[in-house]
Design a protein around this ligand. Sequence first.
Ligand code: C2E
Ligand code: CA
Ligand code: CA
Ligand code: CA
Length: 277
Amino acid sequence: AKESGRNRYSFFTADMQQFHTRNLLLENALRRAIERDQLSLVYQPQYSMVNNQLIGFEALLRWYHDDFGQVSPAEFIPLAERNGLIVAIGEWVIVTALQQLAEWHRAGYRQLNMAINLSSIQFRQENLLQFVTNAIEFSGVPAAKVELEITESAMAEQPERAIALIAELKAKGLNIAIDDFGTGYSSLSYLKRFALTKLKIDQSFVRDLLTDSQDKAIVNAIINMASNLGLKTIAEGVETAAQRDLLKHLGCDEMQGYYYSKPLLADQASQFIQQAL
Ligand code: C2E
Ligand code: CA
Ligand code: CA
Ligand code: CA
């Protein structure tokens, strides 16, 4: 027993060692990813339940490295948050997503919106408001066509500052959505103090919506609360027509998920727009 215990321990440390080595290698590679042009964005369609219309896209980061291959954002974003690289990467995301939206607007699809994810680290940056407003001005798209997705934890960190920052972003015309809504620990009383436009219902509640009565109750409560507070709702991770139908029945305003489309490369997204609109 002692022997196997020790083996287990050495397996464990070998795993930990591998984990640290990979992280170090990834971190060094990530430092050069922007200049080497390895980052890209994919765009996932978002639909309104009014007329079942394509209304815009969420920009999602992708990183392709020659040795590591495709690295998941779930792996490299936390890494980039720990070492601060997320600020430069996030700025690249904002500029690139707005450029793409401007291109679609110039092609005549001026109704389209772009949702952009913001890390809590970016949200802490003093110059965020200035950077975002400059980037929007430079791109030429109306601020009202841009939505920032922020998590509850980003808002909960320094609530008073977050309230002021969100109010300023809103005053510039931007839309603010709470991402992964329902998974954080923030107090619901915050909802009325933040100048929000939308709650994004986390996909963990959508997944078993048809079979799990508790998930259904939670989604129903979120949608009713949002509606009473004058906020829109979007459900993420919608994969089936049955999920869409139930969400629509519950009064959800917008949807996103594999049922409509997986995230698309820019060219594919352009083709998708031509077919959908
Ligand atoms: P998220 O913002 O909650 O994005 C939704 C994730 O669900 C995306 O994963 C998307 O590809 C995936 N997804 C979309 N539809 C479906 C579906 O129908 N079923 C299932 N099972 N999954 C679906 P992805 O692209 O791997 O991104 C993971 C996370 O990485 C994002 O979660 C977000 O937190 C973060 N992320 C991605 N891009 C950015 C970015 O530009 N900036 C920041 N700060 N974070 C980002
Ligand atoms: Ca998101
Ligand atoms: Ca989400
Ligand atoms: Ca998520």
